[in-house]
Design a protein around this ligand. Structure first.
Ligand SMILES: [Zn+2]
Length: 121
């Protein structure tokens, strides 16, 4: 992958991460469950990089799409840091540039992505 694309992806991921964090806290605050509300308060006093550890199993991720996205975004940024960004988590081939431009948090190449895979039985 070229440096430019990598930088572009990193910037997009950081930007989206900031938005997603803000939306996620709003989601929590809109909840009526006292446990969730307490968590919102806790997160506001916690460094965002420690959020995922603090949240650890306190919520059901499927109820909070913004949380699921946040985990994806942080994973992708972490992959950039360790030089593993842009590789498919199934076949370990490079993910197509066009897919990364569309969504830098993509974890699978077009061959492995469930949306485009057509199984021959
Ligand atoms: Zn793949």
């Amino acid at each position: 992958m070229n440096e430019n694309l990598l930088k572009q992806c990193q910037e997009k991921l950081r930007e989206e991460l900031a938005h997603t964090r803000a939306s996620f806290v709003l989601d929590l605050k809109a909840n009526t469950n006292p446990v969730i509300l307490a968590l919102a308060e806790l997160l506001e006093n916690t460094a965002p990089s420690d959020w995922i550890d603090s949240i650890n199993e306190k919520i059901c991720p499927s109820q909070f799409p913004n949380y699921q996205r946040l985990v994806q975004l942080e994973a992708a940024l972490c992959q950039i840091d360790i030089g593993q960004f842009g590789f498919c988590c199934d076949c370990e081939q490079e993910i197509e540039d066009s897919l990364l431009i569309k969504d830098p948090a993509t974890q699978r190449c077009s061959q492995c992505c469930p949306v485009v895979v057509i199984k021959e039985i």
